[in-house]
Each structure stands twice: as C-alpha cells, then as structure tokens.
Design a protein around this ligand. Structure first.
Ligand SMILES: [Zn+2]
Length: 175
C-alpha cells in the first residue's frame, strides 16, 4: 500500500538536480530520522541539549531547520538570491506546493534548498567537533556555485522550459 505521507515529500526530497548526499540528508529529515540532540536525550543519552551552532536554544529538528539564527540567515540569503521568500518552517512542504511555469527553475530552487539542509547538518556536526562556524555568506556562496554549475550543465537540453530572466539573475549562463 502507498504511504500517503511518503508521497507528500517524495518528489521534493528526491529532486533529480540535487546531489545524492543532499537528497539523502533531506530524506532523513523528512522521515524524522536525523539524530538531533532532543532525540538522543529521549533515547536516554546524557548529553547537553544545547544547539552547538548558536548556544542559545535546544537542538531540535525545528530549531536547526531553520529557526537557529545561523541556518535562518542562510535561508534568508538563499531566498534573496533565488528571488523567493522561503518560510523557516514546513520548508519541504512549501517546496512541494511551489508553483512555477518553468519546471527547471523550480527544480533548481529545490536543489538549492536541499543543499542548504545538507550544509546545516554538516555545519552542526562540524561545530560539535571543531567549534568553527562558517559565515552564512560562504555557505550561500557554495550553494550558488553548485546550482550555477548544475544549471549550466542541464540547460542545453531544456531551453524551452527555462525562465531566462531568472537564470541571468542567479548567474546561470544561457549560452
Ligand atoms: Zn541554534
């Protein structure tokens, strides 16, 4: 039997323009399987539940994606670049409901957001070990580079589905 919950986020999480590791972290997030500190504590681990990135809240799934000041700034910056207002909660659901004339644009936007899920989780793990926090702009810069390269590689075959004004704005070449 088809799980209705699965079908809701499946098409977003398995976006074909995203890197497999980005798909995977988004899938774990959607399945509520990421081992955030609140879950570890529920499972009996005696650890400090504070978010290692901001040290100002407890680390939960909702806090990391995207109420934590760091991830929230990354999300806002990504939204400014993409030209959309991305909500800081129920973000995957927002992606699912996103209506765009250009399928390519929608897919690239979702790939960028999935990359951010990965980057936030990676940063969270890095902070625990090294106490080093990247600047949100450097995280956004990495995602921009990725999306431009994916866009540039894919555009030749789907020119008819491309929003050329948007592509130029985000730095994807139409040549
Ligand atoms: Zn935080």
């Amino acid at each position: 039997m088809v799980d209705p919950e699965k079908t809701l986020w499946h098409s977003v999480v398995w976006n074909r323009l995203a890197l497999p590791k980005h798909n995977f972290i988004a899938w774990l997030y959607a399945k509520e399987r990421l081992l955030t500190k609140d879950r570890l504590i529920k499972h009996g681990l005696l650890i400090d539940g504070t978010c290692d990135i901001c040290s100002s809240s407890n680390e939960t799934r909702e806090h990391l994606f995207f109420l934590c000041p760091f991830s929230n700034r990354c999300l806002q910056g990504l939204g400014e670049w993409l030209g959309v207002d991305i909500p800081d909660h129920d973000t995957l659901d927002w992606c699912r409901r996103l209506k765009m004339k250009s399928l390519m644009k929608k897919q690239l936007m979702i790939a960028a957001i999935l990359a951010l899920y990965y980057q936030v989780w990676w940063t969270r793990n890095k902070c625990r070990l090294e106490m080093m926090l990247p600047h949100p702009q450097s995280v956004i810069g990495q995602i921009q580079q990725l999306i431009r390269s994916v866009g540039n590689r894919r555009l030749w075959s789907v020119k008819h589905r491309v929003d050329s004004v948007w592509c130029t704005k985000v730095g994807i070449s139409l040549q």
